[in-house]
Design a protein around this ligand. Sequence first.
Ligand code: OAD
Length: 261
Amino acid sequence: MKEEYSFWCRGSPNVEAFREQDMSEIQMVKDALATAKRVAALTGAGISAESGVPTFRGGGGTAVWKGMRFDQISSSEMVKADLPAVWEWFDYRRGVLRECEPNPAHFAIAKWQEQFESLALVTQNIDGLHRAAGSRDVIEVHGNIHRSRCISCGALYQMDRDTVPHNPDVCGCGSKVRPDVVLFGEMLPEGAYEKGAEAAASCDVFFTIGTSALVYPAAMLPEIAKRSGALLVEVNPEETPLTAICDASLRGKAGEILPSL
Ligand code: OAD
């Protein structure tokens, strides 16, 4: 039943071209980058939209899968209530990802590693596309879809990108495994948020890219950067709750804007 699987907002709202106002903001960001030593970025689902990975929100929509809101199927309660359904959803997404490659936005950020004294990349994405584009030391605050974890002993299993459905299903200790991702109602991996917060507090320029900035604590990072004196730059076709505190809001697709910087 194809319809059951259609999970919704493709997430790239219509943006024909940069607004005129963006051109001066782009110049301001370019000038800041010319002297910046420390750069940090928080990325969200929108950066992978041009790779063909659907977003959760955006364009007025919310992702639904088999009649369930994405935050219901991606929850800690669901792991307890119906682990096979959770796996079905994540295996479906892993299937989608088999066809996806990094886009110019991922590659632009990977290049920043060589350009600045320090680059901290924090991603809420679990798709692994930053690494595939060459980014090192990616802080994956919501885990990785290609890894699974034993629900009892915590043993980790790396899954091959092409292994869909997941394997193994059972850990060596005999317990079930689950996706090693952060679900609603769960804490972030130890130290991940702290690393991001440290980078946000000490950078010259902070980018918030392709995120609706609605999910905490990740959405705190741009606020920390702003309070600490960084230039705060948003790259998103749509406004977000962060827009009001951003120094520059570049309205458009990350895959077009980031390479142009
Ligand atoms: P969302 O799906 O909430 O937001 C995607 C954002 O990307 C929206 O603001 C879009 O306007 C924007 N966008 C769409 N196309 C874009 C493009 N081509 N270039 C730039 N931006 C674009 O995704 P996140 O903010 O990442 O958490 O969602 C945060 C968390 O909520 C996710 O990590 C996930 C989800 O539940 C967990 O699974 C724990």
